[in-house]
Write a protein that binds this ligand. Structure first.
Ligand SMILES: Cc1cc2nc3c(=O)[nH]c(=O)nc-3n(C[C@H](O)[C@H](O)[C@H](O)COP(=O)(O)OP(=O)(O)OC[C@H]3O[C@@H](n4cnc5c(N)ncnc54)[C@H](O)[C@@H]3O)c2cc1C
Length: 497
């Protein structure tokens, strides 16, 4: 008999690992297959945004990850023209964390395995087929042997060149925006004084950021030397760009990783195809400007995991699964636009740049502009569309406020570590009518005076809110979002919770 899992995740990058851990935490039988035989040591993405840290906090991973990196609380978003102060962010993490992607992956892989996910490395998915009930894949091992594997659901987290996407003939429209960008992780004997350093000139642009362990990421682009991605990079080429723009090479010394890449802007029109979902770079790819790539992928995973777990457990309506595309496709589209604008500014010819600089500097004097940008880039300002006639809080990110749960003080993101919905009722409310959802919903009481009840999704967004709701209204919201009550409890009509 063919082996079968409830969910098969293709790709053990950050997105696939986060998703697998979340599903395993909900008791789902999940297997990850990864073509690389070992964990990646590549630094790749280095910026972890505040909202991503909040989601990692809800998985007990934020504090260990923060311990591996450098906290940056000032960011030149539109290069030197617009410097914004991240310390004003209303978050437990009012900064940008600089840490190699390999650290994030290492923590996510440990968690997924600890929670019961199986990660099988050295297996490449080569073909995908699906019918109404299941998905079949071909797995090629390192000895050249192909086996078949079946799953109820499949998630393609297999990166920008996704085999899953291609096998299902899902289009990936878009274009290359810039090519021949050099990337180097190096030692610098005379590093810049600022934490994030960007500069540009007629020769091209460069970007320098410290990892905090003596190594620096340098990204450099030479306008006069377009080469294919597979052309080797040598330090002299990077040194030349630095000298021509900054007048120094910052004491460029040893390199541990050199690479050349091009930047595409592409997005699949549909994130779901039957029993298959695409997440992370498999669904969207864009310029690294703004440090969004890995962050958007991790947030895709957080959005899909609770929906898929609920569908498999038979909790909540089937249409909730389509909410993944409905909510995350527009976010991906907005990131393509914003990171693409930043990159186009970086590569623009000097006269255009001078005009753009004037516009940006003028705009940055309007106080609300940096605030809006900082909330967008950090992910803190993201809100999902609110259903018609629903409470104004629906779809918004829940702040990490204090509450009482299990008769003890706690806070929202600590309580979300159960991976369940969280119902927060006003002080002096009775939880008794909601006990029948205990297997799916954590119950808490607000420590703030007020009359608003909130039902929070496992990914930290408000599903439902009501001012002075009666028990029937709260139970109706629970049934709508989390499925029917396990043990029907009597409802006292009109009684406020
Ligand atoms: C050189 C480089 C530099 C980057 N720098 C930055 C940056 O500075 N900031 C930023 O935000 N982002 C950056 N990115 C992008 C960032 O790394 C990605 O957004 C992030 O890795 C996406 O995570 P993912 O899990 O969706 O995909 P990936 O990390 O690409 O993971 C996909 C995984 O699937 C596996 N896989 C692929 N095909 C198969 C198959 N058929 N069968 C089994 N396994 C398969 C791959 O081996 C891989 O491990 C960079 C990317 C590159 C390549």
């Amino acid at each position: 008999m063919m082996a079968q899992n409830q969910v098969l995740v293709v790709g053990a990058g950050p997105t696939g690992l986060m998703l697998a851990g979340d599903l395993a935490a909900q008791g789902i039988d999940v297997m990850v297959v990864e073509q690389r035989p070992e964990e990646s040591k590549l630094s790749r993405a280095f910026a972890v945004q505040a909202r991503t840290l909040e989601l990692l906090d809800a998985r007990e991973l934020a504090d260990p990850l923060v311990a591996t990196g450098v906290e940056v609380d000032e960011l030149a978003v539109l290069f030197e023209s617009l410097v914004i102060d991240l310390s004003i962010l209303p978050s437990r993490f009012p900064f940008l964390l600089i840490t190699p992607q390999s650290e994030t992956e290492r923590l996510l892989a440990r968690r997924a395995t600890r929670l019961g996910a199986t990660i099988r490395r050295g297996l490449t998915v080569t073909a995908v087929r699906q019918d109404a009930n299941s998905v079949d894949v071909n797995l090629l091992d390192r000895n050249g042997v192909t086996t078949n594997h079946r799953a109820d659901w499949l998630v393609g987290a297999d990166g920008v060149n996704s085999t899953v996407r291609r096998a299902l003939r899902m289009p990936f429209p878009g274009k290359t925006v810039v090519s021949s960008v050099m990337l180097a992780d190096v030692q610098l004997t005379e590093p810049p004084e600022t934490e994030l350093t960007f500069d540009r000139g007629s020769a091209g642009f460069f970007f320098v950021v410290p990892f905090g362990d003596g190594w620096y990421r340098v990204i450099a682009w030479n306008r006069d030397r377009p080469l294919p991605d597979d052309a080797p990079v040598d330090l002299e080429e990077i040194r030349d760009v630095l000298f021509r723009i900054a007048g120094t090479d910052f004491g460029l010394a040893e390199a541990r990783w050199l690479s050349r890449f091009h930047s595409d802007e592409r997005q699949v029109p549909r994130y779901r195809n039957g029993r298959v979902f695409l997440v992370g770079d498999a669904a969207h790819t864009h310029s690294p400007a703004g440090g969004q790539g890995m962050n958007v992928g991790l947030q895709d995973a957080a959005n899909l995991s609770w929906r898929l777990a609920a569908a498999i457990h038979g909790h909540g309506p089937a249409r909730q699964l389509d909410g993944y595309h409905a909510e995350r496709h527009p976010v991906g589209k907005a990131v393509l636009r914003s990171s693409g604008s930043l990159l186009r500014l970086a590569v623009a010819e000097t006269p255009f740049w001078q005009r753009a600089n004037w516009v940006i500097e003028t705009a940055s004097r309007l106080a609300h502009v940096p605030d809006r940008i900082i909330r967008q880039i950090s992910g803190i300002g993201l809100r999902y569309p609110r259903p018609f006639a629903s409470h104004r809080l629906c779809g918004t990110r829940v702040p990490d406020v204090s509450l009482i749960a299990h008769a003890a003080p706690t806070r929202v993101y600590a309580e979300l570590r159960t991976g369940r919905f969280l119902l927060i009722l006003p002080p002096q409310s009775s939880h008794a009518p909601m006990e029948a959802w205990r297997d799916r919903v954590s119950l808490g009481t607000s420590t703030e005076p007020g009359t608003t009840a909130k039902l929070i999704r496992p990914d930290g967004y408000i599903a439902w809110a009501g001012d002075r709701p009666d028990a029937g209204e709260v139970r109706a919201a629970l049934a709508r979002w989390c499925g029917p009550a396990k043990l029907p409890a009597p409802i006292r009509r009109g009684a406020h919770v």
